[in-house]
Structures are given as structure tokens and as C-alpha cells.
Design a protein around this ligand. Sequence first.
Ligand code: 5AD
Ligand code: SF4
Length: 482
Amino acid sequence: MTQKTYAVITYGCQMNAHDSERISGLLEDAGYRRAESGTDDADLVVFNTCAVRENADNRLYGNLGHLAPAKQRRPGMQIAVGGCMAQKDRELIVTKAPWVDVVFGTHNVGALPVLLERARVERSAQVEIREALEQFPSTLPTRRESAYAAWVSISVGCSNTCTYCIVPALRGKETDRRPGDILAEVRMLVDEGVQEVTLLGQNVNAYGLEFGDREAFAKLLRACGQVDGLRRVRFTSPHPKDFTDAVIAAMAETDNVMPSLHMPLQSGSDDVLRRMRRSYRSERFLGILDRVREAIPEAAVTTDIIVGFPGETEADFQATLDVVRQARFSGAFTFQYSIRPGTPAATMADQVPRPVVQERYERLVALQDEIAWQENLRLVGTPVEVMMATGEGRKDAATARMSGRARDNRLVHVAVGADPSARPRPGDLVEVAVTHAAPHHLVADGGVAGLVRTRGGDAYAARLAAPATVGVALGMPTLRPA
Ligand code: 5AD
Ligand code: SF4
């Protein structure tokens, strides 16, 4: 019997991307192999969905519509929908798209193979959503997309109650994973050649509250610093309300914790923050940044900002612009407020008209781009260490450039020359000087000064050489929340 093939389409945040690695791992354990040309010829297509904003939500139904003819042509094909939209819409998915075979939620990813089999045998759609986590997902098999960089979950779910956000309703309350299990996974990954780990949680600063240790996250960072061979540690995302000085000290004093911080601001107006039920105020946010920069002067800080939260006035918006001017973010994910039915903000009075939101959004993006550009220009002429990557900067092949991330997480396009034997591999480190700056990236066209061939580069090359995994050794994609 020929092996069945699968494709996984992922939307949303890093947690989802990491869940997709588990979906792939489960399917490969169940005997599937990855389809070579994506959804075109796959026997199974899995959508791992996001529900954080309405556009992410609409995209799913559009894409399911595109697959309907394929399903008619190939009746043996199966379609499964998981992730946050599945948790939210449940049976509605098979009502709107009756050609879907399986709907599974965020708490029961592990059930996918069984549900697929049941749908096939019973010839009927299977919708199975659980309200609570069945098992910590890290115990599931995982097929990692990158040989040299890996995500490691430290917690799942979120116990905050931000009034705009649907995530707590879909991912449940925060559950923390034990530090020993996390570190064992990190060590195992490093043994396999991984050079960089990103610790993942909806609110990493709340890590440990569940088992009664407020300092658990700071301790975890320091413990990562003791793992031999681990070059880079990142984490996402912290919540300003739980950000302690112990975490700042741990970042500053642990060599392999990178000088970069993604800390969502959401709004610079204290009144809006209050109505968002975000319990910090702009002054506290800026105070954290000051302390981070005092301890780690080279740190680059990025953020998330929502424009047009219900009741946002021009003065509120000006307060956001003010904080953006003071914070000097190296980058920001900016979002237009999107009504999520069932959240407290959805029914608040004074929803801001779309054209007003759009106009404010454009002003914010223009200001932030200008600041990011100025911050990047300051780096021209300075040396940076870049970990090479795949999957970023698709035009690079034509220009003999490769892309990667600096220690502070800035995207850098590096001229690596035409000689393939002198080229770094994804996962290798290079020392370069920045020659140009743009708002969203740096360029280093002056040649590679130092090349360190790492075990991550070796692991990448080994994957490419292994026939079973040809073409799948992708780099870690840098995702924007959809
Ligand atoms: N509308 C717009 N943006 C949102 N986000 C979360 N919920 C909403 C919403 N309803 C943004 C926040 C969060 C990021 C992942 O998505 O900025 O940090
Ligand atoms: Fe789910 Fe939120 Fe991630 Fe979207 S961003 S996939 S809603 S947890």
C-alpha cells in the first residue's frame, strides 16, 4: 500500500506553528508522509487555524471553499480543521463546509489520527472539542521544521482577561510545565544540534504562579544559560504586568539569553488600558523599558499595538503615539481592533468607525516605521553576529545573499558570495558589518568576516542529505500573528 501524504496549513502565532509541528509528528507516527506539492496532491490537508482577528477567521472559510473541488475530484481525500477557529466554531465548520472530515480543538490535538480513521470508517464528519487540556502537548511526537532552532513550550493557555481577546476562551487557563521537563527537552534538542530555543507561552512572566514560584521564569532563563552548546535563548511573550526585575537581571546576566524583547503595549492610553483590563499603565511599561535598556543597552524591543479599541478617542490615540515615540521600538506588529463575539469589548459602546481606525492605523505605522528606520540606521557600520536562516528573504538566491537574525532579532540580509563552499549553512553564525539599513531589515554587503560552522549547520546539512527528509528542512519561519 502506498503511504498516504499530508499537508498542514498554519495560521496564527508561534504556539500554533509549534502545534503544527506536533500535528505533523503525530501524522508521521501514524504512517503518513509529507506531500511534496502541498495541498495539490495531499491525501490529507490539515488547517491549523487562528481566531484572534476576524480576517484570520474569514480566511479559513475561503480556503476551505478552494479545496471543495479537489475533494470532489478525489473522494478519498480528507480535510481536517484544528486550532483556535475549530475550538470557536465547532460544528459550524461542518455546517458551512460539509466536505470537512474532522474538526478537533486546541485541547485534543493528539486525537487527530483516531478521528481521521473514524471519519473514514463511519463515512461521517467527526467533530471533537474538549474543554480542558488532555495532556501537555509536549509529550506528543514532534516533527520540527528547523534543524537548528526550536520552540519549547513552557505553558499553554492564558489566565488573563484582556477584554478584546478571544484566546483565553479558546486555549483555557494557563497550565505550566515543570522546569525539569522543559530543561530536559532543551538538553535533548541541543544534543540533536539545536543552537537556538524560543521559550513559548501566552504570558511567560506568569510562568510558575501555578506552582507557587514567582521567580520561576527568571530561574528558567538562568538554567538555560547552563546548557552547554545552547547559543541563543529567546522567549515570547511577556506581559508587562508580571515583568519583574528578577527577569531583567536574568536576561542581562545570562550570556545566551538574547538582547531582544517582544513586549506587547496594546495601547499607550491608560484609560484604554484600563478598559482593555490590562492592569499596567504606560508609565510602568516605559519604566520596564528603561530598566531593560539600563541593564542591556543593546536590547531591541518590539511590541504589539491595537488601534481603534472601543471608545478610543483622538487623545487616547495621541497617547499611544507618545509612548511609541518614547519607547523607540525596533519593530511593532500593529493591528486594527477586530470585534471578537463573546469577548467583553465586543459589546462595549462607542465602537470606532472603520475609516477612523484606518486613518489612525496609517499614522501609527508611518511613525513606527520612521523610528524603526532611525534605530536601524544607528547600526550602520557596527558589527553584528547573524545566525543564518532559511525561509526568510526569498529573493536572496538571485543576489547571492542569505538572511538571518542578529542577536537582537533584527533581520539581516548578508552578502555571502557566489562560492558555495565558502557559504554559511542555515544554523551557522557569521560576523558581519552592517552596510545599509531599511525600516524592517539591515543589509551587510561588505563580506563575511567570521564564519562559525555550528552543530546546527551540521544538523541542517545532515537533514538535507537524508533522502527521507529532502526538501523539508525549512528554517524556522518568523511569524506575524495572522
Ligand atoms: N483585535 C485586534 N488585535 C487583537 N489582538 C488580539 N486580539 C485582538 C483583537 N480582537 C492582537 C494583540 C495581541 C496580538 C497577538 O493580536 O495585539 O498581542
Ligand atoms: Fe490562537 Fe491566539 Fe495563536 Fe491565533 S494568535 S492561533 S487565536 S493563540
